[in-house]
Design a protein around this ligand. Structure first.
Ligand code: HEM
Length: 145
């Protein structure tokens, strides 16, 4: 096994109250990055690795968009499209493992930054119409009735 791959054992419940052993394969980002062609195409969505090679021809959005995200983190583009719950359900078929914890980027942290950024923009856009309102008022007042 190459040094960039690892497996970990985890126990979970099978829904019937029985403990089952499940094993997770961890991939490093550099390992995923190598699978970036039509021959072998992996991508990452929310810390999970998907082998979408056999899905390329079937993707309703076309193979071009998948090729653009080949070997990289496609979480943002996947969400931007607003994929249906059916599409999310389909992901399971292509799941092969998780991104190694040391390669994970803090998704919640980036969400917080987006919120902070949004508040910043809102404050700016609220400041903008005030002079406009003032000019409008001046024009209205100047017009003889
Ligand atoms: C394994 C990963 C993916 C699966 C299972 C998947 C599945 C689907 C499905 C089922 C649809 C039909 C519409 C829907 O049900 O939402 C779709 C449409 C689409 N997908 Fe994906 N997709 C994946 C990854 C991506 C990625 C990474 C992109 C990158 C941009 C993408 C872009 C699109 C686009 C542009 C459409 C067309 C949307 C439209 O026509 O309105 N998909 N995908």
């Amino acid at each position: 096994m190459s040094g960039s791959m690892a497996t970990a054992e985890a126990s979970g419940s099978d829904g019937k109250g029985q403990e089952v052993e499940t094993s997770v394969t961890y991939y490093r980002l550099e390992e995923v990055a190598k699978r970036n062609s039509l021959k072998e195409l992996w991508l990452v969505i929310h810390g999970r690795v998907y082998d979408v090679t056999r899905f390329l021809n079937e993707h309703p959005g076309g193979e071009e968009v998948l090729l653009e995200q080949a070997g990289v983190d496609a979480s943002e583009s996947f969400e931007d499209v607003g994929h249906s719950s059916d599409a999310r359900e389909m992901l399971k078929q292509y799941y092969i493992g998780d991104i190694h914890p040391s390669d994970l980027k803090p998704e919640n942290g980036s969400k917080l930054l987006v919120i902070l950024d949004f508040t910043h923009h809102r404050r700016c856009s609220l400041r903008f119409p005030v002079p406009l309102l003032h000019i409008g008022k001046q024009i209205l007042l100047r017009r003889p009735c």
